[in-house]
Design a protein around this ligand. Sequence first.
Ligand code: ADE
Length: 240
Amino acid sequence: MRIDIISLFPEMFDGPFGHSIIKRAREAGLLIVNIINPRDFAYDKHRIVDDYPFGGGSGMVMKPEPLYRAVESAKTAVESNKRRIILMCPGGEVFTQHKARELAAYDHLILVCGHYEGVDERIRQYVVDEAVSIGDYVLTGGELPAMVVTDAVARMIPGVLGASDAAVHDSFYSGLLEYPQYTRPREFNGWEVPEVLLSGDHAKIERWRRKQSLKRTLERRPDLLASCVLSEEDAKLLAE
Ligand code: ADE
């Protein structure tokens, strides 16, 4: 998969994709991340990328032409009919694990990072396929959201995670929160690892984990349970 990120602050991306799993994915050729600065597509003398809003008001608005040209240039990078162009914007659809999985099916993503007071509406209307928000709060720009989306999507690409089934146990994958994990030592500061995990009884361990996932979800995120299909066994575990 190729991800082109259109940002006025390319230096912000110098670090985050150079470590751990994402670094390995890039080295293995599973993921290409490319940053494009829309200022390079502003052709006036001062390379202006923003302007005052029509109708007045505070703040500046990102001009449409440099963004449009930057998106067009990204499109030429890959011949694809499985491309999605996304505006990072607090007013977009809220990003979820489900959305990450959906986006991982494309082979080219173009993420447009907004800044200032916003982006000329014609970009949203005519250039991008959709707008995505990473949560109900306002950040200073779309760069951090683009990093979040890139990370979450990249780990859903087949082959990116080491153990082939690692994503299957993720929080949210099954619609439930993840069960608690423990490692050595068995006892630390008097705090003990649950006995069942040391039992070697795999069926019992699976049952315990499922119950923990269900209980946690009920306690912390009951909204998730509402859209989850539970078995009879699940209902029994919850009632225990
Ligand atoms: N830009 C500013 N805030 C944002 C958010 N919460 N999600 C996506 N893009 C944004």
